[in-house]
Design a protein around this ligand. Structure first.
Ligand code: HEM
Length: 669
């Protein structure tokens, strides 16, 4: 019995560390310290026992291993027992495996990057509260919207541990405490003031012109346009110009900037909710998979590394056996690569960059832009140049102004993170909103007519109209709301944590303190308890049919409260002005053979949605009103029936300001 005392002690120590530490505190931020302490304890044990207790180093090693194992078993069994029997979250329904591990939900969504769809099916099965992890819930109860977002400060709700993926640095968005977040957001306020927004709108107008030029380029022969891509180019061009003051000219050249390519793939891991301790633990691995690429990228990187090693030593690979690698790649590689034959799969992997590296490159790109913006501002300030030059009006200009004359701002880790945040937050989201809006409008000519009529009434006779002239157009706003409701750009919602005191929701649901939760916007926005005819696109529900919205406060596409979207007004300006411009000149329809199923089913949930293609046809209104429309004896639905080569007899309307773009290449995007 006496000889078992150290093992028993280690077992109890394991239980105690779980009960008094791991189970009570967020330990992921200290994961390195914990690991270091653990390794140090093992080494001390080994050395002390080898010198003082056991006759040989070998025997001391066996004893140390036993003790270590006992400690780990103690901590693991205590965790298991707690999760199975004592966790207060066990009264919430959900898959049994979700009780045990946070890996469950990540493993479910890893293959298809479709977490929001998995959450949708879980809610359909279990109701408004679903257990999705050892300490997390997914909730679509409208009563939670008020404390979670509008009144989060009062309710003690903060951002969840998910936001620590860049810990200990990170952007404004990663700031979890209300005070810390408030402090940082104050710096950004001047960049989003009314005065600044008025200046940004001029830039938005320039990009609207360019967008119409792209469409006009192909409209003399209505050719299908992949609008997912074109709206991405548009929104990224705008964000580059607004944030950094640089025009990347993607709309003119119809070519994606490499940073945009990197952005999409590099952020894929954000849509997977792996436990944060693992993400932080594995981050410094040379392939830098951690920040957001997560476990998935790490696995891809490992496979890639293994494949590269093959080049150096075929003999070694032969000894390892290629078959296990192939199997591993089938399991871990993105779906599009799995199922390929062995050489194909490896050929595809080799030239491909890992997502982690792509993210790193995207970060480098943003850092370089920040550096240039800082230098530009400094040099212009030194020359006392005209402060009304365009560069001065970028978002970074305002932020640098708030920061004052600090030295080496280009190296400011937080500023660099914030610049990346703006690019990501402002481009993907707006592109998604525009794409889904036009997906719906393309199938609803009556809504297009209504929007056209009301916007034209507002801008007719106004020489240079602005967003404020159309911002009250009810059908336009209603259509935008419906697109954001049915297809939220961040479909899985955001991650929040309940304060230590817990939270009472509605009439009697208590969420224990420290619980992480998310409200998947996709499911929340289609909840029949909140909206009548929840799956239908009905713009009128936002103005003349209030009976179709049962909980108005539950509609939060930009969130509300202290953590809400800072770029909401810019986004709405883009959405309203571009839609008005497009619909005033074009009818829109699905391209022949397009039914939107790629967009609906193949878009990937990377926290924001990464869009699959959608082909639309824009047809000049003049053409429709002319003899062709009459010759079919049909009205607007004709455009959904297919493209006819004889449409090319109609000349595209040209905006006077677009003549400079006439030299653009001829091919369709
Ligand atoms: C339709 C377009 C947009 C939608 C639906 C949208 C939605 C959201 C949502 C839901 C959040 C909260 C995220 C969270 O708490 O995790 C957010 C935050 C944010 N958005 Fe947007 N956004 C859009 C456009 C934009 C634009 C154009 C910009 C930039 C100009 C932008 C910049 C930001 C920033 C900086 C944050 C972080 C704010 C903070 O943490 O204080 N967004 N957005």
């Amino acid at each position: 019995m006496e000889s078992l005392t150290p093992q028993l002690g280690a077992l109890l120590a394991g239980v105690a560390t779980h009960v008094f530490y791991f189970n009570r505190y967020e330990f992921h931020r200290n994961v390195y310290a914990i690991l270091g302490l653990f390794c140090a304890a093992i080494i001390v044990c080994q050395v002390v026992w080898a010198r003082a207790v056991y006759p040989t180093f070998w025997l001391a090693g066996i004893a140390t291993t036993q003790i270590t194992l006992c400690y780990v078993i103690g901590a693991a069994s205590s965790t298991l027992c707690y999760r199975l029997f004592f966790n207060p979250l066990n009264r919430f329904p959900g898959p049994y495996s979700a009780r045990l591990t946070d890996f469950w939900i990540a493993s479910q969504s890893r293959k298809g990057h479709n977490q929001y769809r998995i959450l949708e099916s879980l809610h359909a099965k279990y109701g408004p509260y679903v257990r999705t992890g050892a300490n997390s819930l997914s909730i679509i109860d409208p009563d939670l919207v008020e404390p979670a977002y509008h009144g989060s400060e009062k309710a003690g709700v903060t951002k969840g541990s998910w936001y620590d993926f860049d810990w200990p640095t990170g952007s404004l968005w990663n700031e979890r405490t209300i005070q810390g977040h408030h402090r940082r957001r104050r710096l950004w306020s001047p960049a989003f003031s009314d005065k600044a927004l008025r200046q940004y709108e001029k830039k938005v107008t320039q990009f609207n012109d360019k967008f119409l030029a792209r469409v006009a380029q192909v409209d003399s022969r209505p050719t299908p346009i992949n609008v997912s891509e074109l709206f991405s180019l548009y929104s990224f061009d705008i964000m580059g110009s607004l944030v950094f003051g640089v025009d990347y000219k993607m709309l003119e050249t119809n070519k994606k900037h490499h940073a945009l390519e990197l952005l999409t793939e590099g952020l894929a891991g954000l849509g997977l909710t792996f436990p944060m301790w693992l993400v932080i633990l594995l981050r410094p691995i040379p392939f830098d998979f951690g920040g957001t690429g997560g476990f998935h990228s790490f696995c891809d990187a490992q496979v890639e590394r293994a494949v590269k090693m093959r080049k150096f030593s075929t003999v070694a690979i032969q000894k390892l056996g290629i078959e296990p690698l192939r199997r591993l790649s089938t399991m871990l590689l993105p779906r599009e690569l799995s199922g390929l034959t062995k050489p194909d799969a490896f050929r595809s992997v080799q030239p491909d960059r890992t997502r982690a590296l792509q993210r790193k490159q995207f970060d480098n790109f943003c850092d370089a832009q920040v550096q240039q913006a800082v230098h530009r501002r400094q040099s212009v300030a030194q020359q006392k140049a005209d402060p009304s030059t365009e560069d001065h009006r970028s978002i970074l200009y305002w932020v640098l102004k708030s920061l004052g004359d600090q030295e080496h701002l280009e190296k400011d880790e937080f500023l660099r993170h914030d610049a990346r945040l703006l690019i990501v937050g402002g481009s993907d989201t707006t592109a998604a909103a525009l794409t889904y809006l036009f997906y719906n409008l393309a199938q609803r000519p009556a809504d297009v007519e209504k929007i056209r009529a009301e916007t034209q009434a507002c801008i007719a006779g106004v020489e240079e109209w602005h967003d404020k002239d159309i911002s009250h157009c009810q059908h336009l706003n209603g259509a935008i709301n419906e697109a954001l409701r049915l297809h939220p750009p961040g479909p899985s919602g955001v991650y929040r944590m309940v304060g230590a005191q817990g939270l009472c929701v509605g009439e009697g649901t208590f969420i224990p303190g420290g619980t992480n939760f998310n409200m998947p916007l996709y499911s929340l926005n289609r909840n029949p308890d909140i909206y009548a005819e929840a799956d239908s696109f009905i713009p009128e529900r936002w103005y003349s049919r209030p009976d179709l919205v049962k909980h108005k406060k539950a509609f939060v596409p930009f969130l509300s409260g202290p953590y809400s979207c800072i770029g909401k007004n810019i986004a709405l300006t883009e959405l309203r002005t571009l839609t008005t411009r497009l619909l005033s000149e074009y009818n829109v329809s699905l391209a022949p053979g397009e039914d939107g199923s790629r967009l609906l089913h193949e878009s990937r949930d990377h926290f924001t949605i990464s869009l699959a293609p959608l082909d639309l046809v824009f047809t000049p209104i003049k053409a429709r009103e002319g003899s062709f429309a009459q010759s079919t004896g049909d009205s607007s639905p004709i455009f959904a029936r297919g493209w006819r080569p004889d449409w090319n007899v109609w000349q595209a309307p040209r905006h006077a300001s677009l003549r400079s773009l006439d030299s653009l290449p001829e091919e369709a995007p």
